[in-house]
Design a protein around this ligand. Sequence first.
Ligand code: ZN
Length: 221
Amino acid sequence: MIRVLVWCENKQNKTDADVIRVYPNGMHNAIADFLNKDPEIEAKTATLDDPECGLTDDVLENTDVLIWWGHIAHHEVPDEIAKKVQNRVLNGMGLIPLHSAHFSKPFKLLMGTTCDLSVPGHFKENLWCTLPGHPIAKGIPNPVELEVEEGYNEYFDIPQPDELVFIGAFEGCRLFRAGCAYHRGRGKVFYFQPGHETYPIYHTPFIQKIITNAVKWASNK
Ligand code: ZN
């Protein structure tokens, strides 16, 4: 079994009516629920509310792939915990930062750049595959169409991905490297842009399939 931990800061899940409407049980539970439908995956959750952010040495040691969703509380994750996540990735754990987790501390540590980007508005998105033979793209149509998503735009201040799997195209010729795969030490990282908190992105079957594929790619199993 691939042991997945879905980590979420769990802030807007509790306070923002627009988020609660889309994810009544929280985004982390929505993600863990679809992952647990796969017989090869066992997904659990952890949040900022848990002691040590739910990321104790024991938990990290027993996690094959960590999924990370954060937005307004990146600064509340202690530096020493972010460093532990970085080290665990270098020792073989997979990391999948989603959407606004481009600014999460573990991702920034692993990239070594600002990971800054611009947010021009909210638009329809076409997610185009740029590497059809990649395991994360298996069974995914080209493009995946998202009726509305928060637009992210280049320049995205990341190192050149080892494998660029998807590009997001938004209204007005705005482009964004939306699916970026990296190898860091013995571990793998896949940054995936879709997933603004007020849209049902993680209820979308092909997005669920991409994240499930990414879990299998990022696990060292
Ligand atoms: Zn967003």
